[in-house]
Design a protein around this ligand. Structure first.
Ligand code: UFG
Length: 320
């Protein structure tokens, strides 16, 4: 069986991918996670777990010696945009230096395939919609910068060491795993769907950041993609690399945009609950519209997202 090392396997998207790998018997799965933002309960019992930080090269040496993975799926990293601008050094250390330690350990152990969790944050304020992979990279947050830096590092490791990578640039992930067991649990939670559902559950007020954007109803438009669709794309990316595929970069989105107000309405509809909305100032660094072109993923992996926005909200609500 293929040995797969998953970094960040106790986190939101990592845990859903691990669940899909083990329940489909796709490989022997090993997880490395420092549990700084991940959750021990989200560590799949069918995977072997190592609690370690990627910046700990000694720990990585031991793990790589024991596991000898053929491929790495790299989810570990910090992902709060606001926090990244306040604590840049923390983001560079985790997302860039931690990533560098991982790549060095891979090369030292002859492991030359990696699927990396990148982000639409690499594009910054888009110049055209839908956003293709060819769009200029002009991140407007430290988080986005660290994703660009690591993508560049992957390029360098390919040139010098022949390390092949697929960078998956996620748009807005939502929903939970198929069995409803693994889902979004950030602390603090900054994402839209969990925050709207929190208001629905508690009857509390939902704070909407800005209704004066140049969009159909004045609120920001995003491309929400079900985490199960994302997870399937990771499996296809791993398969592609394992069968000798070259390095590439792929957007993962649906190509459809929904405004914040539309999401609020869908959440009200799914939950049957009503709650108050308070219009707040714009949140710094929020582009008005982010919608992916997902043509390349279709061509390269024959991947197509299957789940609707309603299914995303329904599965996220099931978690609550
Ligand atoms: N929003 C609210 N209220 C909330 C939370 C969010 O109005 O309580 C709004 C935001 O202002 C934004 C939209 O809902 O307009 C979506 O916000 P999210 O925080 O859910 O998602 P983002 O689009 O900000 O973030 C996503 C990814 C990040 C990535 C970023 C790129 O989650 O990883 O896109 O800009 F960096």
């Amino acid at each position: 069986m293929t040995k797969i090392l998953v970094t960040g396997g106790a986190g939101y998207i990592g845990s859903v991918v691990v669940d899909m790998l083990v329940s489909n018997d796709i490989g022997e799965v090993f997880i490395v996670d420092n549990l700084s933002t991940g959750h021990k309960e989200a560590v799949n019992k069918k995977a072997k777990f190592f609690e370690a930080d990627l910046t700990d090269s000694e720990a990585l040496k031991i793990i790589f010696n024991e596991v000898k993975p053929e491929i790495v799926m790299h989810f570990a990293g910090l992902s709060q945009v606001g926090e990244s601008n306040k604590e840049p050094e923390k983001y560079h250390r985790n997302n860039v230096f931690g990533g560098e330690c991982l790549l060095k350990a891979m090369v030292a152990n002859g492991c030359k395939k990696i699927v990396f969790s990148s982000s639409a944050a690499v594009y910054g304020e888009p110049m055209e919609i839908p956003i293709s992979e060819m769009h200029a990279l002009k991140p407007i947050s430290v988080y986005g910068e660290t994703k660009v830096l690591f993508e560049e590092m992957l390029d360098n490791f390919d040139s010098v060491h022949g390390l092949k990578s697929i960078c998956l640039r996620y748009f807005n992930a939502g929903g939970s795993s198929e069995n409803g067991q693994f889902g979004e649990m950030h602390e603090p939670e900054s994402h839209l769907i969990p925050n709207v559902l929190k208001a629905a559950k508690n009857g509390s007020e939902f704070k909407l950041f800005g209704d004066n954007y140049e969009t159909k109803d004045g609120t920001c438009v995003r491309d929400y993609i079900h985490v199960v669709d994302l997870a399937k794309a990771h499996l296809l990316a791993a398969k592609y690399l394992l069968s000798g595929g070259q390095s590439d970069t792929i957007n993962l989105g649906t190509g459809k945009g929904f405004s914040v107000k539309e999401i609020v309405e869908i959440c009200k509809d799914v939950t049957g609950k009503n709650f108050n909305i308070k219009i707040e100032d714009r949140r710094a660094g929020d582009p008005a519209v982010l919608v992916a072109s997902n043509e390349k993923a279709g061509k390269l992996f024959q991947w197509k997202p299957e789940k609707s926005i309603k299914e995303i909200v329904e599965s996220a609500w099931g978690m609550g």
